[in-house]
Design a protein. Structure first.
Length: 421
C-alpha cells in the first residue's frame, strides 16, 4: 500500500488517513499499491505456503504489519454445484459460500478484519458502523475479540437474528427510526464529531479492500483462473467492483493461467434496485430509492455509495444487472437449499434468482463457468421463511400412522399447513 487515491481526480493522500472522500472534489478514495514491489515478494508459491485464511494475500491488503483482527477469516469453500447447475441448465457452476465465514457467518467478516486491523494500527479505541445487519454482527464480534469498544447503528425493524447477532457480543446497538440511508448519514456525523473509527465511513477505503480476498480465493480455487461470469448481490455496490479488481490484480502480477475476461452481473431485489435500474435504463446517474421495500433487508440501500461505479463496471465488462420479486427470492433460497444443502439468507436468494433470470434471458452463457457469491447465512433471516414454507406434518407416536403418511406420498408434505402469523 502506498496511500489513498481519489477515484475521480487521482489526488493522492497518506496511507494512514481516516478519510473516505477527496477534499477537492468529494470523490471516493481507494487504496493504491506499488504492484512492482508486490511482484517481488508475491507468487503462487508464497501463497500456497501460508495458512488458509484471507491473509495469505496480505501484500494486496492495506495493513502494514501482521493483522491483529480477524486472523482466521476467509478461505471459505468454493463448491462445484452440479445439482443446481442441472436445475438451471448450465455446464459449470460454483458457489462461493461465505455463509460459513468466521466468525459471524457472512462475507462482511472480510471487510471488518481489514478495517479493524487498520483501526488498531491507527490507534482507534472505539469503532462502529452503519449496517443493514451482517456488518453489525461482524463489527460487534471482531471488536469484542480485539478488545475495542463498538457502536453499531441499524435501521429499526431488522431481523431479530441480526439484532441478536450484534448485541450478544456486548456492542452498543442503536436502532434508528428510518432506513439505512438515514443511519448512514447519522454515522458520518458521529464519526467526525467523536473521532471514532467507523468502518464504512471514515475507514471505508480500507474496509472495501477486504472484499478482494473473495476474488483471490475464487481464482486460486479455480486453478488460478478467473471465471467467465460472476453474479454478486449489490447493496452499496462495492463488492462487485472489488471482485473485478482482485482478478485484474492477479492478472497484472502474472498469477493467472489466462487473461481476465470475466463478465460481472449484479443482483438486486425489485423493492430496492437503484443500481439494477441504472444498468437496465442506461441512465447516466443512479436514481436513489427513497423507501426500500423488500424482504432482502441486507440489500436495502436506496442510495448506494458505489452505485455509479458498479453500474459502469457491469456495462464495461459486458455483464448485466437484474432484480427480482420477494416471491422469487424465497424460491431462490429454497432451490439453493434443496439442491446443494446450503441455507443462505435472503441476499443469497436474490443472487440465485437473478442468475436464473439471466440464464433464461440468454445473458449468461450456459457453457461458460459461472460463480454465484453467497454472502450470508439463512439463520439470520428466518422471518422471511416462517410464513412461506410448510410446517411439519404431525402424527401420533405410531408406526401405523407413519405408514399411512408414507402411503400418501410427497403430496402430503407439499401441501402441509403453512405457518400463520
Amino acid at each position: 500500500m502506498t496511500g489513498l487515491k481519489c477515484r475521480l481526480c487521482g489526488k493522492l493522500y497518506g496511507k494512514d488517513e481516516a478519510l473516505n472522500f477527496c477534499t477537492d472534489d468529494f470523490g471516493p478514495l481507494e487504496v493504491a499499491y506499488d504492484y512492482d514491489a508486490v511482484a517481488r515478494v508475491f507468487s503462487r508459491q508464497t501463497v500456497a505456503a501460508r495458512p488458509r485464511t484471507m491473509w495469505r494475500y496480505r501484500e494486496l491488503l492495506p495493513v502494514d504489519g501482521e493483522p491483529t483482527v480477524g486472523v482466521h477469516v476467509g478461505c471459505t469453500p468454493l463448491i462445484r454445484a452440479d445439482r443446481l447447475a442441472k436445475a438451471l441448465g448450465v455446464a459449470e457452476l460454483y458457489l462461493k459460500n461465505d455463509a460459513v465465514n468466521h466468525p459471524s457467518l457472512s462475507f462482511k467478516d472480510r471487510v471488518v478484519a481489514v478495517a479493524l486491523s487498520k483501526a488498531v494500527e491507527m490507534g482507534f479505541q472505539t469503532v462502529g458502523c452503519a449496517s443493514t445487519g451482517n456488518l453489525a454482527g461482524s463489527v460487534a464480534a471482531n471488536a469484542a475479540a480485539a478488545g475495542l469498544d463498538a457502536y453499531v447503528l441499524i435501521p429499526e425493524g431488522l431481523e431479530q437474528g441480526k439484532v441478536l447477532g450484534a448485541t450478544i457480543y456486548g456492542a452498543k446497538v442503536v436502532a434508528v427510526r428510518g432506513n439505512y440511508d438515514h443511519v448512514n448519514r447519522l454515522c458520518s456525523q458521529i464519526a467526525f464529531r467523536y473521532g471514532w473509527g467507523f468502518v464504512n465511513v471514515n475507514l471505508r477505503p480500507f474496509y472495501a479492500e477486504g472484499s478482494k480476498s473473495m476474488g483471490y480465493e475464487i481464482a486460486e480455487d479455480l486453478g488460478w483462473r478467473a471465471p467467465d461470469h460472476v453474479v454478486a448481490p449489490m447493496a452499496g455496490g462495492s463488492l462487485i467492483g472489488k471482485l473485478h479488481k482482485a482478478f485484474h490484480e492477479l492478472d497484472r502480477l502474472g498469477m493467472l493461467e489466462a487473461p481476465v475476461r470475466t463478465r460481472m452481473f449484479g443482483a438486486q431485489a425489485a423493492g430496492c434496485n437503484p443500481i439494477s435500474n441504472t444498468v437496465k435504463t442506461g441512465a447516466r446517474k443512479v436514481k436513489p430509492v427513497r423507501d426500500p421495500d423488500t424482504i432482502a433487508k441486507s440489500l436495502a440501500i436506496g442510495d448506494p455509495a458505489d452505485g455509479w461505479f458498479a453500474s459502469q463496471l457491469i456495462q464495461e465488462t459486458g455483464g448485466w444487472s437484474e432484480d427480482v420479486s420477494d416471491d422469487a427470492i424465497i424460491d431462490g433460497m429454497r432451490l439453493l437449499a434443496e439442491t446443494e444443502g446450503i441455507w443462505a439468507e435472503t441476499a443469497g436468494g436474490v443472487t440465485l434468482a437473478v442468475a436464473k433470470k439471466l440464464i433464461e434471458e440468454g445473458r449468461i452463457d450456459r457453457d461458460g463457468s459461472t460463480v454465484l457469491c453467497i454472502t450470508g447465512n439463512g439463520l439470520k433471516t428466518q422471518e422471511a421463511l416462517l410464513e412461506r414454507i410448510p410446517q411439519p406434518v404431525v402424527i401420533k407416536p405410531s408406526l401405523e400412522e407413519f405408514e399411512a403418511l408414507v402411503e400418501q406420498g410427497d403430496e402430503v408434505f407439499d401441501h402441509a399447513r403453512l405457518a400463520t402469523a
